[in-house]
Each structure stands twice: as structure tokens, then as C-alpha cells.
Design a protein around this ligand. Structure first.
Ligand SMILES: Cc1cc2nc3c(=O)[nH]c(=O)nc-3n(C[C@H](O)[C@H](O)[C@H](O)COP(=O)(O)OP(=O)(O)OC[C@H]3O[C@@H](n4cnc5c(N)ncnc54)[C@H](O)[C@@H]3O)c2cc1C
Length: 352
């Protein structure tokens, strides 16, 4: 008998299956390959300081170092570069913003992310930066698509992957185990990203999906070692020379997951407030983020079907959240360590 069937091999299912394997659990991953899934589309930045108020992101001091160590281990395993250290130049939009940052950066716990206290001025021929910007240390960019492809190959070599859409009608639930197409497992855990809203066991959870669109631009002689972050972010792809991701949009109401004219126009409008250098559009991408109303992941098991679980809700920050919370969930599954209340699905069950 298998220990776990995992449905979905985005960043969530990959991390969960990896930490389960490290605990010698017998697993099988079922995933329909989708190059337009959120993890394939994401530019892949981890950003410790976000928002107009320059606040440290939730658990940044724990999540980001753990994610970096995990991705570094995959670089060793796959003998390939996946993670690129980056600094972020966050542009000020006013003198008030400069002052807000000055106050924020003096607060305890911000030293690690403050590269230097000087206002940075970028080349005004390339970037609109009338008020300059500040430099955030400790950010990275993961080539998430490359990671998924490597990890998928690893699962295939070990014969642990079924490349197909999960058929809910073929799932049998028994006391203490499940059976799927003749394969018996103690538990099944769904990691389907935004497709969770179609899962008959978990569609009641308060997801609030957000479509995101981004562009790939060619910009000659631009900043190839940092993120320029204003109304939109511009960052090197590290795939081809002079190519940059820019984006992304956050659309709460949408009909499909496809790139749209509306999204492109919004991106170009925002781009014009940041970029002055000439550019060419190379690609337009989009996907749906598995965002949750309270912005926290979902870990746990169905209240009635005790061997049917979920690991999802990575929202806008899956690349920094997934490694840490996959290990957290595995510690719970294998050693019985309690789940953090903020991420346990029990927090919403009482309201369901
Ligand atoms: C434009 C954009 C930019 C982003 N930028 C960043 C960023 O810079 N940094 C960051 O950390 N995050 C970013 N995100 C968010 C990040 O992409 C997500 O948090 C993360 O990828 C979600 O991972 P996931 O594994 O939950 O879902 P997904 O990546 O969507 O993976 C789900 C997988 O499950 C499979 N699946 C689903 N249903 C089934 C089924 N029934 N049967 C078989 N297979 C199934 C899918 O095919 C897919 O392979 C961005 C998202 C978008 C859209």
C-alpha cells in the first residue's frame, strides 16, 4: 500500500511529495502537465518587503532562508542553476514615501533587508525615478518552470508520476485507506492550485482566485542584476540575455486563464510609469493564482473524509511559502506535530 497519493505537481505538490519522500513515505503523484499553470508562468521572485508601507512579508525571516536552502539542494541534485540572488530597487513615488521608508528601516528586524541607507538614483534615461529608490537585500528569483521540469523527470525516472487528469469518479474512499484506479494509499492530498475550486471535496473553501498576466520584454543595456519595482516590477528572466519579465496584474473577475488585451493594456499603462528605455514585447503570459480570502495557505484534511487532504492556497507567494509549509505539513503527517492555526483548514471549517 502507498502512503500518499498527491494530485498536482505545481510548486505545492512538488514540495509536498519531496518532503514525504525524504521521510521514506511511499508516494504517487498524479498531474496533468500544464505549461500554463501558475508555477510555470510565475517570474519567481521572493520578496521580503512588500506594499506601499514597506512591511516585512509574513514569516519572511523563516520562509525565505528555508526556501533558498531547499532550492540550493535541488541545484546540487539536478546539477543546474535554478536560483538567482537579486536585489530589489523599490522606487519611491513621493518624498513622503522616502520618509516612510526611513522610519520603517530603523525598526528592529529590518537590518537584514536594508542593503544601504542611501537613496539609489537610477539612470533617468532608462527609468522614471524622480524620487529615487531604496535597495532591498535578500531577494531571489527562482526559475520555477525549470525546477518543475527537472523534478517531474525525477518522479518519472522513479516511476512515481501519472501524467493524467484526476478522475474523481474513480476515487474510492474506505475506512483508513483510499483506492484510485487499483492503487491503494493510506491518504490522498490534493495540490491542484486554482483548480481546487472544481474539487468536490474542497470547493467549499474560501478561495478568492486572482488571475495574473505578465509580459516578457527585450530591453537592451538594462539592469540585468536587479528588480526595478514601481507600479510594476521589471526583472531579468535569466533565460535569455536582455530579456525581462514585467508584471503582474491582479484580476479578481475573469472568464478564463488566457492572456487578454485588457491585461496587456493595463501592464503597458503601468510600464509607462516606470520604464523609459525602448523595449519590444516577446511574450504575453497568464495564469490563475490560488489565492485565499485571508491570504494564508490551506493545510489539513476534510472534516468528514479523514483521509482526503489538501495543500493549497499559496496565493501570490507560492515559491517562498511552499517549501516551508510542505515540510511543516509533513512533520504533522509523519510525527504528529500540530499544524499552525493560521494555515490549518480548521480555521475556516467552523464557518463552512
Ligand atoms: C502572473 C503570476 C506571477 C506570479 N509571480 C510570483 C512570484 O514572482 N513569486 C511567487 O512566489 N509566486 C508568484 N506567483 C504565484 C505562484 O505562481 C503560485 O503561488 C504557485 O505557483 C501556486 O502553486 P500550486 O502548486 O499551488 O499551483 P499550480 O502551479 O497551478 O499547480 C497545480 C498543478 O496541478 C495540476 N492539476 C490541477 N488539477 C488537476 C487534476 N484534476 N488532475 C491532474 N492534475 C491537476 C495542474 O495541471 C498543475 O500542474 C505568480 C502567479 C502568477 C499567475
Amino acid at each position: 500500500m502507498l502512503d500518499f497519493i498527491i494530485v498536482g505537481q505545481g510548486i505545492a505538490g512538488s514540495m509536498l511529495s519531496w518532503f514525504l519522500m525524504k521521510e521514506n513515505q511511499q508516494i504517487l503523484v498524479i498531474d496533468k502537465f500544464n505549461p500554463s499553470s501558475a508555477t510555470h508562468v510565475a517570474p519567481g521572485v521572493t520578496n521580503p518587503i512588500t506594499g506601499r508601507k514597506f512591511v516585512k512579508t509574513w514569516l519572511a525571516d523563516e520562509l525565505i532562508p528555508f526556501a533558498n536552502t531547499t532550492y540550493n539542494q535541488f541545484e546540487e541534485l539536478f546539477q543546474d542553476t535554478l536560483l538567482h540572488p537579486l536585489s530589489i530597487i523599490k522606487l519611491f513615488d513621493s518624498v513622503k514615501a522616502q520618509n516612510d521608508w526611513s522610519v520603517r528601516s530603523a525598526m528592529p528586524g529590518y537590518d537584514a533587508y536594508l542593503k544601504n541607507e542611501q537613496v539609489i538614483n537610477l539612470d533617468p534615461e532608462k527609468v522614471k525615478n524622480d524620487f529615487g529608490g531604496f535597495e532591498i537585500n535578500g531577494s531571489t528569483k527562482l526559475d520555477a518552470s525549470k525546477f518543475l521540469i527537472h523534478y517531474r523527470r525525477l518522479l518519472q525516472q522513479k516511476e512515481l508520476l501519472l501524467d493524467e487528469s484526476f478522475n474523481f469518479e474513480a476515487l474510492e474512499l474506505h475506512d483508513g485507506f483510499v483506492v484510485y484506479q487499483g492503487k491503494k494509499a493510506r491518504r490522498i492530498i490534493f495540490c491542484e492550485g486554482a483548480n481546487a475550486i472544481n474539487n468536490p471535496y474542497f470547493k467549499f473553501l474560501p478561495f478568492q482566485l486572482a488571475k495574473g498576466e505578465c509580459l516578457v520584454l527585450k530591453i537592451d543595456d538594462f539592469y540585468a542584476d536587479r528588480v526595478i519595482s514601481g507600479e510594476v516590477g521589471i526583472l531579468p528572466t535569466f533565460i535569455n540575455k536582455d530579456e525581462y519579465f514585467m508584471g503582474a496584474t491582479h484580476e479578481w473577475h475573469f472568464d478564463d486563464d488566457l492572456p487578454s488585451e485588457k491585461g496587456k493594456n493595463e501592464l503597458l499603462g503601468n510600464l509607462s510609469t516606470v520604464l523609459k528605455a525602448p523595449y519590444q514585447i516577446i511574450q504575453h503570459r497568464s495564469a490563475i493564482r490560488p489565492t485565499v480570502k485571508d491570504r494564508r495557505p490551506f493545510l489539513g484534511f476534510h472534516p468528514e473524509y479523514k483521509n482526503v487532504g489538501i495543500f493549497n492556497g499559496m496565493g501570490t507567494k507560492g515559491l517562498s511559502l511552499a517549501p516551508f509549509f510542505a515540510r511543516h505539513f509533513v512533520q504533522h503527517l509523519v510525527n504528529g506535530t500540530p499544524l499552525m492555526k493560521e494555515v490549518d483548514i480548521k480555521r475556516v471549517l467552523k464557518h463552512a
